[in-house]
Design a protein around this ligand. Structure first.
Ligand SMILES: [Zn+2]
Length: 389
């Protein structure tokens, strides 16, 4: 007979075993996916350059500078303000790996809230990674959450008081980067990240700032360009041009009384023309069945097909779902259009960016065609050729 073990010992052994098994997956969340420096990247820096307090924290992230030979306008593009809106992050990565700037410069931050890539929403059962095949191998990317990881900012207050407006929001919104702009240097973790991004826009004199997001297809604010009033002409012209090319991106005014969002606060607190774009991402809605890697990539789900048939969605739900190609193609085409219209409206500022694939190219050829294949290394960001800093 085996000796009878005390229950506490059995429970302790089980807890240690589970910690060992699942702890490995947990640590993997903190591994950063490689982003390859494309032909247009002239240097890579860190967000902490704009707020040293972020150095060596999960709030620091890579900043890619693509500078033209000829001086001109500065355009700032960020993805990953919300880490569960994958097409925003991937579109920013695609800019870093493809764009070549002739005049002016692009500054791109693909993982604006790096911390939010290190956790997923409790009880959603979403995957933590997804993969895209390229000619040279498979690239992997993290799927995160809308909010900063509680490891980096805890506890939430009962009511979140936005700085500096005093607006009151629900407790968890205190960890929402897109409710934390313009941020403050001595604020909480998320406010610090927001402050550094705002400071980047200020110090680099960004003429135009573009924030790439996704939203639930049952949310009316989707497939649209949300614009600060100073950017209205630019965004309206881009929206009309996109429409004529078969890419509908409606114009939405930035509400003046809803505070903390990048399109509102960057426009109010800096010199930049500020817009935010939304594409429709089915995994963010509650309607879908299993939330797996397939759903992230194809956006295809039977419940959505039924919802679309019943007119419940605010985006055209394509027969084959709302694929990553459709969503990234839409973002990249919209960025391209905003750059083209900006160059037309402000010719004296000189802006010329080349080599961005079109909506049709991305949809027909697939994302893998436009992701550089030497990103297949599993080396975390910050090593080798993946980043320069
Ligand atoms: Zn968002």
């Amino acid at each position: 007979m085996f000796p009878k073990l005390p229950l506490s010992l059995i429970l302790l052994a089980t807890a240690l075993l589970l910690t060992g098994v699942y702890g490995k997956d947990f640590l993997k969340l903190h591994e950063r996916e490689p982003v390859v420096q494309g032909p247009g990247v002239t240097r890579v820096g860190k967000l902490s350059a704009y707020l040293p307090a972020l150095k060596n924290t999960a709030g620091d992230t890579d900043v890619y500078y693509l500078e033209g030979k000829e001086a001109g306008a500065t355009v700032f593009v960020m993805g990953g303000v919300h880490a569960n809106e994958s097409a925003g992050m991937l579109s920013a990565v695609l800019l870093v790996e493809n764009a070549v700037v002739k005049s002016g410069r692009l500054i791109v931050v693909p993982h604006a809230n790096e911390s939010s890539f290190t956790n997923t929403a409790p009880s959603e059962g979403v995957p933590t990674r997804f993969e895209i095949k390229t000619a040279g191998g498979t690239r992997w990317f993290r799927y995160g959450d809308r909010l900063t990881n509680p490891i980096d900012q805890w506890p939430d207050p009962e009511v979140y008081v936005h700085y500096p407006s005093g607006q009151l929001l629900s407790d968890f919104e205190v960890r929402n980067l897109d409710r934390s702009f313009p941020g403050r240097a001595d604020g909480n973790f998320t406010e610090k990240v927001a402050f550094a991004l705002t400071e980047l826009v200020r110090r680099e004199n960004a003429d135009l700032s573009i924030d790439l997001h996704e939203a639930r297809p049952m949310n009316p604010i989707v497939n649209c360009i949300i614009t600060h009033e100073r950017a209205k002409k630019l965004a309206a012209l881009a929206s009309i041009d996109l429409d004529s090319k078969g890419v509908q991106m409606r114009l939405e005014p930035s509400p003046k009384k809803l505070r903390g969002m990048s399109h509102r606060e960057l426009g109010d607190h800096t010199q930049t023309l500020s817009v935010l774009m939304e594409t429709g991402n089915p995994i963010q809605d509650k309607l879908h069945a299993r939330a797996d890697e397939e759903l992230i990539l194809t956006g295809k789900d039977d419940f959505f097909t039924r919802a679309a048939t019943n007119g419940l969605l605010y985006v055209p739900y394509l027969e084959n779902g709302l694929s990553m190609e459709e969503r990234v193609g839409r973002h990249v085409a919209s960025v391209q259009e905003l750059l083209t219209v900006f160059a037309d409206l402000y010719p004296e500022k000189k802006l010329a960016v080349e080599h961005l694939p079109s909506y049709d190219q991305i949809r027909k050829q697939g994302m893998g065609q436009f992701l550089l294949s030497n990103g297949i290394s599993t080396a975390p960001s910050g090593t080798a050729r993946q980043t320069g800093s």
